[in-house]
Design a protein around this ligand. Structure first.
Ligand code: SF4
Length: 185
């Protein structure tokens, strides 16, 4: 978990200076609101991750959001059929920036054991993924490690990334048009 001591600071008598980017990133990393998009068995593992034994609320993440506009982290856990793909993409587009995606389990990462005509062979075919958690199913400890990796990404991200040409290019590669604020149109 990020602590204020983790920030690079210049300290003096009665004052402490840091970089605004880093302070905002630290606050973001410790208040990520997840949107669980759980369709099958991996969703049950995610429920265990939320339970008292593993307790995701230790990381400021106890507030599940089922409305995309109030979520920062899309957690996709389970098999995604091709028919469901457009729904997942719509949910992703409706999330406000900045947003991140955690792909949980073999099915979400690559289609898993379902190499069939009806199953999407990985959600990164329709939306960008930040962190992949392997396993069928991954244990809650693995999901927590995935979440920790997301936190590290959030802490290192510059506030300007979402306005950059590289980010626009990434979104365009998924046929997602974004406006000047980086939001999906
Ligand atoms: S990866 Fe395994 S456990 Fe997870 S949804 Fe697919 S079949 Fe179920």
């Amino acid at each position: 978990m990020g602590k204020i001591e983790d920030l690079e600071t210049i300290n003096g008598e009665g004052y402490q200076l840091t970089n605004l980017d880093k302070a905002i990133a630290l606050a973001r990393a410790n208040s990520v609101w997840p949107l669980p998009f759980a369709t099958s068995c991996c969703g049950i593992e995610f429920m265990a991750t939320m339970g008292s034994a593993y307790d995701l609320s230790r990381f400021g993440m106890e507030r599940m959001s089922f409305t995309p506009r109030q979520a920062d982290l899309l957690i996709v856990a389970g098999t995604i059929s091709k028919k469901l793909g457009p729904v997942l993409k719509r949910v992703y587009e409706q999330m406000a920036e900045p947003k991140w995606v955690l792909s949980v389990g073999a099915c979400a990462c690559s289609g898993g054991i379902f190499d069939t005509y009806s199953v999407l062979q990985g959600i990164d075919r329709i939306i960008p993924v930040d962190v992949y958690v392997p396993g069928c199913p991954p244990r809650p400890e693995q999901i927590i490690e995935g979440v920790m990796n997301i936190h590290e990404l959030v802490k290192k991200e510059s506030n300007r990334r979402r306005y950059s040409e590289e980010y626009k290019h990434l979104m365009n590669s998924y046929q997602i048009d974004i406006d000047q604020h980086g939001e999906a149109k």
